[in-house]
Design a protein around this ligand. Structure first.
Ligand SMILES: O=C(O)CCC(=O)C(=O)O
Ligand SMILES: [Fe+2]
Length: 297
């Protein structure tokens, strides 16, 4: 089993012992963001919405998703005012506790990861979503892998799109997927990671600067801004076991809520410091007709 580098040491303000910060990369992890009672209610609500989902996800060894809030409008390339799925109260109730209140997420993806499954390395779309990207974890802990993106990621973003499962790293169209940049395919249809995929994970983990893993405990809230949001890939390696606090533990079913703020009108776009993995830059390259680029065709 690959043992990855540990996450860099966080800064903790003694007055806020549950808030771990990596200020240089804009990453924050808030422990015990929700209570156990809230967690139990969320799990129940998720399954009530899709009673057969868990069984199907376990059989297929693939994660499943539920979408709430604003959908994406491909004609205006912005938030659709007509396609809106009401946000369940179990989500709405914790929004006033989010650390950034100047703008709040309005697009929510609730996912269930059956034991052993993961999500390939990707950067969530820059141009379509605001800077703050949240992930609330519940059900069980899982290590999330972070890696500064590099030339390989940039090259892959410009290659024809391989299929996304669940479409949960953002919206997609057949012609252009402005959403995530999946730099490696997910498990095969039987849930196993094929040889090729395994190689891609291993290569990614060998890159410099090196990939590292941060354990996201159940009930914790992750906030990505700045470099961790725009320049790093994040991923969950499909694995049967993880090493957590020095112990080998069996991967359990995990849930997460990814929360994004859909950009509107003149806010759409991006001029970040990471053009290699920036969908706005790739779109500009395409418009200029530079080479055979085209993310996700
Ligand atoms: O499950 C998670 O915590 C992250 C999911 C994710 O990266 C995404 O939906 O884009
Ligand atoms: Fe993501």
């Amino acid at each position: 089993m690959a043992v990855l580098n540990q996450a860099p040491v966080p800064t903790v303000d003694p007055s806020q012992p549950n808030t771990l910060r990596w200020d240089d990369i804009g990453l924050v992890l808030i422990l015990d963001f929700i209570t156990e009672a809230e967690e139990a209610a969320m799990i129940e609500a998720f399954h009530a919405q899709d009673p057969l989902g868990e069984e199907k996800a376990r059989a297929a060894k693939r994660r499943i998703s539920q979408h709430y809030g604003y959908h994406f409008d491909y004609t205006t390339f912005g938030a659709s005012e007509t396609h809106f799925t009401p946000v369940p109260s179990y989500i709405a109730s914790f929004l006033p506790r989010l650390p950034i209140q100047s703008y709040l997420p309005d697009q929510f993806t609730v996912q269930y990861y059956p034991p052993g499954s993961g999500i390939p390395p990707h950067v969530d779309t820059h141009s379509m979503f605001g800077e703050a990207l949240y992930s609330l974890s519940f059900g069980s802990a899982v290590p999330m892998q972070f890696r500064m993106s590099g030339p390989t990621d940039a090259r892959k973003m410009r290659m024809p799109k391989r299929s996304l499962q669940s479409g949960d790293a953002g919206p997609s169209t057949p012609s252009f997927k402005p959403s995530s940049v999946e730099t490696a395919p997910s498990q095969g249809p039987d849930g196993r990671v094929g040889k090729e995929e395994k190689k891609e994970w291993e290569e990614g983990e060998k890159q410099t600067p090196p990939a590292w893993e941060l354990v996201l405990p159940a009930r914790s809230l992750l906030l990505m801004t700045g470099p961790s949001r725009f320049g790093y890939t994040h991923a969950i390696r499909p694995r049967k076991t993880d090493i957590i606090d020095g112990k080998t533990v069996q991967r359990q079913g995990r849930y997460s809520i990814t929360m994004r703020t859909v950009r509107r009108g003149s806010e759409i776009g991006c001029d970040c410091a990471y053009p290699g993995v920036c969908d706005a830059r790739i779109r500009e390259e395409m418009a200029r007709g530079e080479g055979d680029v085209g993310p996700n065709r």
